[in-house]
Design a binder for this molecule. Sequence first.
Ligand code: NAD
Length: 486
Amino acid sequence: MSNAETPVARDLFIGGSYRSAASGKRFETRDPATGELLAEVAEAGFEDLDAAVKAARTAVEGGPWAQMTPRQRGKVLFRAADLLMSRVDEFARIETRDNGKPIFESAKIDMPACAEALAYFGGYADKVYGRTLPSGTGSFLFTLREPVGVVGAITPWNFPLLQAMWKIAPALACGNAVILKPASLTPLTALLFAELLSQAGLPPGAFNVVPGPGEVIGQAMAEHPGIDKITFTGETETGKKILRAAAGTVKRVSMELGGKSPNIVFADADLEAAARGAFNGIFYGKGEVCAAGSRLLVEKSVHEALMEKLVERAKKAVPADPLDPKTRLGSLVSEKQRDTVSKYVERGVTEGARLVAGGHKRDVGGKGAFFEATVFDGVSPDMEIAREEIFGPVLATLEFGSVDEAISLGNRVRYGLAAAVWTRDIKKALRVAREIQAGTVWVNTYNFYDPGLPFGGYKQSGFGRERGEEAMHEYTQVKSVWTDLG
Ligand code: NAD
């Protein structure tokens, strides 16, 4: 989509080239900020999926990808990182138009983080070590870490290319082939990235993209006997369906699911920093962030002071044109998502929470799926807005009186993706970090990520880890070799 203003046809990417779907079917993707048609995208069916599986299997079973050395594979990823950064403006603009997120986020955060992931895992490609085991002189025992084979990646729409990259980069670094099914609302950057990977030297079949409806093509991937592993990011309920579908072939699975993360502010915190952190924790990425700090837990004695600072910020955060570099709150991903968010807000009001900022749909120039930065106060733990993932710019604020109460409130939901604690007391910070049931805990900050730091869920936020060395374990399997020297 070199000219993002003109609707284009986008095809599936299978075996190193673009092609239309065998059925000829296409679906539309639109800019949620304007309603404009961006592209008509080929919709993969079973025949196309079979073709992608065949191409991927060939790539890992004796094809040119399988024959490359680990270091050569790493170099492909390094080149891809450089190529992506050389086209950062083009990719960022497409991402913003497809998703509605501010161009500031796409260009300054998402795309650089994609390139970082490629470079980080490129560096790992020749460092996937096995182990030698102590044994007697009559034998030699060692392990090999081998690729799992063909990886099916199913991704959501909130960070379209970045969520995919945290799967693609480690999977390719370990020598697997990847079949990616991006979310139907945001398939464009993944499709464009396929060509970029080829330019970086990735052989045909090692990366394939098959957009299509999750219940059809996603489900078929989970069931397909030619796919060895499913790596999924999305809703917890979708994750359960995939687990059931994958059971038939005893497929490996990893699950990055939803969250309802507590952002815990103690009275001894730097309140200015905590207010900023509470704001960014929920409104960055329009709140369509799995790790969003959507539950603000505040110690009673500073509740009023903190809320004053936070509400003032929230009221100033007016949704605006996502393509304006100054915009920090863009359009939600779709009208449907905005309706969902709106219903949760109505529910919060009905249940008796106090709406202290935002709460309404907005438009920019008469268009778009915008929603105000919304803050609820006086929320009690049993209200829906305190328990369910809203996936929008809506914060639920609760009060606590002691460290024990903060921890117990923090752990009260079925999710366990992330949490944060704000305090100047290191002992308190570390106690909370240990006792909160979450895969990531931030201390005096929020929403920071590093390709080397593992990320994933406790409880119903999933299992398996993305990033860091742990990610390499998700895409390899261990072979033990016993050699008799007697
Ligand atoms: P979703 O579960 O609706 O869709 C995710 C992907 O799964 C899409 O590609 C979709 O087409 C596909 N899918 C849908 N039904 C399927 C089925 N039956 N079988 C196979 N695939 C299917 O999620 P979403 O609305 O795109 O994204 C929002 C959700 O993702 C939120 O719950 C959010 O918390 C979660 N999320 C989690 C993380 C994380 O790292 N833990 C990151 C981002 C988003």
